[in-house]
Every structure is written in structure tokens, then in C-alpha cells.
Design a binder for this molecule. Structure first.
Ligand SMILES: Cc1ncc(COP(=O)(O)O)c(C=O)c1O
Length: 302
């Protein structure tokens, strides 16, 4: 926290932290995997670059540069003896003036690392999950900045997630302000029809997912056509296969949307093919994507 290593139980903030009241924080969700070379952080620099961009979009200057954040994350993982973990850096406006102008509040930075299994369950990754099209629309670019990963923006995801869970589903898909398919509450969406993969483009208010980018590269390398374009809601019903991607969830097949089976109601062939290579890439079993892994190295201190 703010440059010091702090024990889990001492990692506390003041109750008048600006971000707690107004959502003035930006964060990342990153994972490290247990590879033959040791723990390795997946696309570490890309995540930290997105953190910096999110901060800039909300007028925050990070007091550390990307390389400092990277080094300290390596040290955090090593000190905690973690082989694989979830990493949560957050930069937020701290205690200070309580008005809505945050510019005089300090920008505080913390990074947490802890063990966290598959967000939508191991069984979900194997068998596929059931999702609901949310009555909540994804935040529009006229109101907020969908490309930023900012704390306050996640109230939108919370509403959609709770609605879907209460209705008995594992996840929600939100439409954008035009009624096109946008994304999950913490995942990007992909559909497959006649072996062609489609995913909403940036014009659909999506977060520029790093898993999305990785999966698009893998699918194209496997020879699949991937279209980044507007995806109409009706295509959810026409798809042969569907899957979600995100750091927390990884690649999760969708077997049912709004009680209607997707294709045969089980993970399809294209999904399986991409998922296999993606899982191998995460764990360092795919030399082709070795550059995506930032192996934890702690410089020895003199
Ligand atoms: C709203 C939202 N969309 C998409 C994603 C997927 O992004 P990534 O693959 O970079 O984790 C996330 C997770 O970070 C998210 O919170």
C-alpha cells in the first residue's frame, strides 16, 4: 500500500476515502499462473498500461510508473510464496476534501495478490454456464467512459450480476445503448455461427479486454475468421456456440441463454479448440505465446 508491504489484516483505509463515496478509483484484474519457469503474470505490461490509461481518463496521475508497479508485483508474489494468484492493483482518490472535485485528494495505490480459483467455477469452464440477457444496459459513452476500468462504473455490473443470480443464472449479458450485444458483467462475449466467430467491436461500449485480444489472436492463428462488429441481440438465439472471456473467468463456454440451449447445449468444437490453446498459453505450454507471460523475477537487493 502506497510503497510499503502491509500484512493482510492491516491493509485498511479511512472511512472518508473519496473513492469509497464516489467510486473515484481505477483498478485491474490480473492473474499469474504456475508455469515450468515459475509463477508468471499473464500480459502484465498490457494490464498496467490499461491501469495508467484508466487513471488518465479520470484525471489521476499515478505516483509510480508501470515498471515500478511491475517490479513490486513480482516482489509481492515472491514474498507471499504464491505459485498462481489473482492480482488486484487499485489507484484511488484518498482521504481529503469531501466535495465532488477530487483533484486535491491524494492518489493512493495498492496492490493485493491472493489465491482465487475460476470465477465462474471449474465446472462452468468444462460444461458451460447459463446466462441471462440483462434488463440493465451497459453504461453508455455519453454518461461514463466504458473503456476505463473504474470502480464506480461497476455498479452497472453489480446490478446486472445480482439480477441474473437472483433469477437462477450464473452470469448476465448486457446490451449496449443501441440494443446490440455488449458484454458480460466482467467478461467480453463471443458467438460462433457456421464456424465464424463474432464479437462486439469497440463501438459497442465494451471494455477492451486483454483476454478478448488474446483469444482473437489465438482463434485467427488457428485459422478461424473472427469478426469484430455490431452483434444484434437476435444473434444470441442463432449462435451455434457462445463463450465469455475475462481475466477472472478465463474462457467460459455458454450453454444456455435465456433458457434456450446454445447449439447442442454444450461447449462446441470451435470453443473447445480455442479454449484448449488459451489454457495452454496461460500455463506456458504454448511456446508461440510465451511472450505473454511475465515470469516473476525478484532482483536481489544489495
Ligand atoms: C466489464 C468488463 N468487461 C470485460 C472484461 C474482460 O477484460 P480482461 O480480459 O482484460 O480481464 C472485464 C474484466 O476485466 C470487465 O470487468
Amino acid at each position: 500500500m502506497n510503497g510499503d508491504f502491509v500484512a493482510w489484516e492491516d491493509a485498511k483505509v479511512h472511512v472518508l476515502t473519496h473513492a469509497l463515496h464516489y467510486g473515484t478509483g481505477v483498478f485491474e484484474g490480473i492473474r499469474a499462473y504456475d508455469t515450468a519457469e515459475g509463477p508468471a503474470v499473464f500480459r502484465h505490461r498490457e494490464h498496467l498500461a490499461r491501469l495508467k490509461r484508466s487513471a488518465e481518463l479520470y484525471h489521476m496521475d499515478l505516483p509510480y510508473d508501470t515498471e515500478q508497479l511491475r517490479d513490486v508485483t513480482h516482489e509481492l508474489i515472491a514474498r507471499n510464496g504464491l505459485r498462481s494468484c489473482y492480482i488486484r492493483p487499485i489507484a484511488y482518490r484518498g482521504f481529503g476534501p469531501m466535495g465532488l472535485d477530487p483533484l486535491d485528494n491524494p492518489v493512493e495505490v495498492s496492490i493485493a495478490a491472493y489465491e482465487w480459483g475460476a470465477y465462474l467455477g471449474e465446472e462452468g469452464k468444462r460444461r458451460g454456464i447459463r446466462v441471462k440477457v440483462s434488463p440493465w444496459r451497459r453504461i453508455s459513452p455519453e454518461a461514463l467512459i466504458p473503456h476505463a476500468k473504474a470502480s464506480g462504473q461497476y455498479l452497472n455490473s453489480v446490478l446486472a450480476k445480482v439480477d441474473s443470480r437472483k433469477a437462477g443464472y450464473e452470469e448476465a449479458i448486457l446490451l449496449d445503448q443501441h440494443g446490440n450485444v455488449c458484454e458480460g458483467t466482467g467478461e467480453n462475449v463471443f458467438l460462433v455461427r457456421d464456424r465464424v466467430i463474432a464479437t462486439p467491436s469497440h463501438s459497442a461500449s465494451i471494455l477492451d479486454g486483454i483476454t478478448r485480444k488474446s483469444v482473437i489472436a489465438i482463434a485467427r492463428d488457428l485459422g478461424f475468421v473472427v469478426e469484430e462488429r455490431d452483434v444484434a441481440r437476435a444473434e444470441l438465439s442463432l449462435a451455434d456456440e457462445a463463450f465469455l472471456t475475462g481475466t477472472a473467468a478465463e474462457l467460459v463456454p455458454v450453454r444456455e441463454i435465456d433458457d434456450r440451449p446454445v447449439g447442442a447445449g454444450e461447449p462446441g468444437e470451435v470453443t473447445r479448440a480455442v479454449q484448449k490453446v488459451f489454457d495452454d498459453a496461460l500455463c506456458g505450454r504454448e511456446p508461440r505465446y510465451a511472450e505473454w507471460l511475465d515470469v516473476v523475477r525478484v532482483p536481489s537487493r544489495a
